[in-house]
Design a protein around this ligand. Sequence first.
Ligand code: NAD
Ligand code: UDP
Length: 392
Amino acid sequence: MATGGAGYIGSLATSAGAAHILCTGGAGYIGSHTCVKLVEAGFKVSIMDNLLNSNKRVMERLKELTGKDIPLFEVDMCVADDVNKLFAEQKFDGVIHFAGLKAVGESVAKPIWYYENNITGTINILKAMASSGTNCIVFSSSATVYKPCEDPLDEEKPTGCSNPYGWTKYMIEQILIDAQKADASLGVSILRYFNPVGAHSSGRIGEAPSGYPNNLMPFIQQVAVGRREALSVFGTDYSTKDGSGVRDYIHVEDLAEGHVAALKRILELKTGTIIHNLGSGNGVSVLEMVKAFEESSGKPIPIKLADRRPGDLAVVVANAGKANKELNWETKRSLKDMTDSVWKWVSSHPFGYDDPPPEESLRKESGFSQTLRRGSVEVGFSQTLRKESGFS
Ligand code: NAD
Ligand code: UDP
């Protein structure tokens, strides 16, 4: 692992002390875990977030985990004047740019909002960086920028997207590449994440989606704590080990350490654009994930066999060799570490950072999950499916 210690950071420190990193969207899921790793690695950290998809209570947890009062600037990155003011008042040595809207389905329904928020916000940040002399940016991109391909994806694979969310990532990558070409003093690191899951090993911070969970792990975790009745397994006839979809899940703490490694690299290089996949290189099926979660939680996860989800591929797995070599980084946490940590988090925080809602809302929530039954085959518990499909 390349996170190093505070001593190493000394070489990256400015005359004013440890390098000061602004995490846009740092109150969110991946950003909060990365803030912990940044502080552990000796960086000074600030957060800029409008709390659109996060909860201020995460700040108390960050203090508990790091022992530091990380400043939170409640700024909307789309309000240029506020972004400029922040960059003029603070001296940042680098930015890790997590802030953005991220739900694929919502981006199809509200494309203009997605383009405006993600792209306008990024342009405002780049302009504020240029006028305040901040020369380094690490960007949260995604495996979604690759054209459909079921071979392990290396960074040379063709890019192209199928939904507005993906296009915002694709376009922001291009904006960053062009901005760097025009300004040699800028260093850009683009990180293409595969499927981040897991929670901090303390169980004190984790993923807390607001609204209906669209991704696999948040859905499983809500089934495990009784907020949803059953997981719909989208597709059981793929040519994969057990018929269900295969993805490259990466523990959020490994991902966070990947940011520290990429940040160090681009601070050292001082110029240029580097692009890296952050994944484990291992494919895990939906049914394997369910089984691992059942083992971690000791609870059965009821499942329903459902049709394939439109647009899904059978397999999406990273070739993470470039990050392993160039960033001296690799994943070190197992599937069990992922599901154990999620269970530790969700069993103590069934509603994330929120207090449990009143009875009435809970009834509505479970009513919503009932409607999901339509169009999918009800199958009891996952053990039943495993028996039927020969999966063990
Ligand atoms: P998240 O929603 O938990 O965090 C994003 C944060 O950005 C939130 O705290 C939100 O309040 C903030 N934000 C959104 N718009 C903002 C604005 N206009 N101004 C200021 N703050 C704003 O999401 P996450 O899972 O932590 O993802 C972080 C980044 O990683 C996102 O850019 C996402 O697209 C990208 N990413 C996530 C995944 C994933 O599976 N979680 C995969 C690939 C890429
Ligand atoms: N998936 C599923 N049920 C769900 C959510 C997801 O079976 O409720 C499957 C999905 O079809 C895919 C895998 O889980 O095979 C990962 O999906 P997710 O949405 O988490 O990530 P992505 O598809 O963006 O890689």
